[in-house]
Design a binder for this molecule. Structure first.
Ligand code: T3D
Length: 264
């Protein structure tokens, strides 16, 4: 099958739709390879100003395809994580464009953590999030042991990981794990509208925010103040800053282009 991932360009939004609905979009090597290729293509394409990651059917993604482990033989899970999952999470975090995960249904295992790697997570109200790893004797991977305590604190992180209990989309919002829960009806359209809105924002500023937030996780306040100074210096040279100020003075909406900083 060669359509495990459906890739579509809608305006400046690149839509990546996981497409193994019969398996709730479980990740097999073909799908992981397609995701990697899709992000590689986005990295080299400045016309893309936002990425929307979502799934087909009633699931978003239920993590690794467990049928790979059937038969009793030992697989090197570390190799799979090193070659497939970790590069993907690093790519999403490092991408200089916003990534929006639209969680259209159940998310489990690495599927949850793939969503949490995104900059903004939207979920349909009937979606649920399950750190299912403990149910099969694993630990949260794809960044789970890092994302969870940072987003929701140690107590909830450990509780979710160690019990494997599901939480609803609304609970995920209430705990600060995701950005917003939206009605099931019209979810796909609402997520697309949101992504289009992100694509119309000042792309360079969003990219610089990602860089700053990535560094903030390990920096002292002192070091982070320097990071902000340096990034803001660059932002001050972007056409979108000039346009943003002009639009404010002229009392009209800004028309951002995402163009790079002026170097002269
Ligand atoms: O490379 C590596 O292996 C290392 C990386 C590991 C990272 C991981 O993500 S490990 C964790 C993997 N994920 C899970 O453990 C979740 C397993 N799935 C479930 O627990 C349940 O499916 C759900 C609670 C998520 C949903 O339950 P339900 O009742 O709504 O659906 P279902 O009937 O269980 O699933 C529907 C179909 O999807 C079913 O197929 P069938 O019987 O109709 O042919 C089911 O087998 C399949 N499916 C669901 N999850 C997976 C899967 N097939 C393969 N792998 C899955 N992870």
């Amino acid at each position: 099958m060669d359509d495990e991932l459906i890739v579509a360009a809608i305006g400046a939004v690149r839509v990546l739709r996981l497409n193994r609905s019969e398996k709730l979009n479980a990740l097999n090597p073909a799908l992981l390879t397609a995701l990697s290729a899709a992000f590689g293509a986005i990295e080299g394409d400045d016309t893309v100003r936002a990425v929307l990651l979502t799934g087909t059917g009633r699931g978003f993604c239920v993590g690794a395809d467990l049928t790979q482990n059937q038969g009793g033989g030992l697989r090197d899970l570390g190799a799979s994580i090193e070659q497939m999952y970790n590069p993907l999470v690093r790519r999403i975090r490092a991408l200089d464009r916003p990534v929006i995960a639209a969680v259209n249904g159940v998310a489990a295992g690495a599927g949850v953590n793939l969503a949490l790697a995104a900059d903004i997570v939207l979920a349909t109200e009937s979606a649920s999030f399950i750190q299912a790893f403990v149910r099969i004797g694993l630990i949260p991977d794809a960044g789970g042991t890092w994302f969870l305590p940072h987003l929701i604190g140690e107590a909830r992180a450990r509780g979710l990981a160690m019990t494997g209990e599901a939480i609803s989309a609304q609970q995920a919002v209430d705990w600060g794990m995701i950005w917003r829960c939206l009605p099931d009806e019209g979810f796909a359209e609402a997520a697309m509208d949101f992504a289009q809105g992100m694509a119309a924002r000042p792309t360079q500023s969003l990219a610089a925010m990602k860089r700053a937030f990535n560094q903030a996780a390990t920096n002292t306040l002192d070091a982070q103040l320097d990071v902000e100074r340096d990034l803001q210096r660059v932002m001050g040279r972007t056409p979108d800053f000039i346009e943003g100020v002009r639009a404010f003075i002229e009392k009209r909406p800004a028309a951002f282009t995402g163009a790079p900083p002026i170097t002269r």
